[in-house]
Design a protein around this ligand. Structure first.
Ligand code: GRF
Length: 200
């Protein structure tokens, strides 16, 4: 079975969805490590409760970005990690990392990319007044929120939509879509043709 690392800086609802799916045998993968750059990330608590190895690596302890990344890379090698899933990880993944895990790192973003890149995608979509938004799962490349798209799912924004209600609906969609993508990823069924991802 393939080994998965989940990187999460925060609440970890996507992580929880992955944990639940793996427990139920819906996705066949071993979550070998949960890693966070934030000491108070609730995702660390979720990992602990689920009996999954977890690691907090404080960026402040490292001289620069590359030494931080190299340390993390050693941890990943130790755990024989095959794939990396970003789930609300708030640090930019460096080129060094991307080269080592080429086409093996995926991310989920709460908008229909390339619209509304960045940290406040749900709010930005709402403020812009678009009538539909959604969720994108994509490969991670050196372009922020710009890697090849694996799956997208859309939802309509209601006239009386609040940030809270939209966030809840987006997250529900994320949890389903991410599992589908992770399942295909670990089965080696995502094939890249240029920028296009073909699902086998
Ligand atoms: C999600 O909305 C995801 O799309 C974005 O960060 C958020 C993480 O949420 N990249 P959670 O920590 O999984 O609840």
């Amino acid at each position: 079975m393939k080994n998965l690392a989940v990187f999460s800086s925060g609440f970890g609802s996507n992580l929880q969805a992955i944990i639940n799916a793996v427990k139920k045998g819906k996705v066949k993968v071993n979550i070998a490590l949960v890693l966070s750059d934030k000491v108070d990330a609730y995702s660390l608590v979720r990992a602990k409760k689920a009996g999954i190895k977890f690691l907090y690596v404080d960026p402040a302890l490292f001289l620069d970005r590359i030494s931080y990344d190299k340390f993390i890379m050693r941890c990943l090698r130790k755990e024989k990690i095959d794939y990396i899933v970003l789930a609300g990880f708030m640090r930019i993944i460096s080129d060094y990392f991307i080269k080592q895990y080429k086409n093996k790192i995926i991310n989920i973003h709460p908008s229909l990319l390339p619209s509304f890149k960045g940290k406040q995608a749900i709010l930005d979509a709402l403020d812009y007044g678009v009538k539909c938004t959604g969720v994108t799962v994509h490969f991670v490349t050196s372009t922020l929120d710009g890697g090849p798209v694996i799956f997208q799912a859309a939802l309509n924004i209601k006239d009386d939509e609040s940030l809270e209600s939209l966030s809840i609906r987006i997250h529900r969609l994320e949890h389903k879509l991410y599992l589908k993508a992770i399942d295909k990823l670990v089965k080696g069924k995502l094939v890249l043709r240029g920028r296009k991802v073909v699902v086998k």
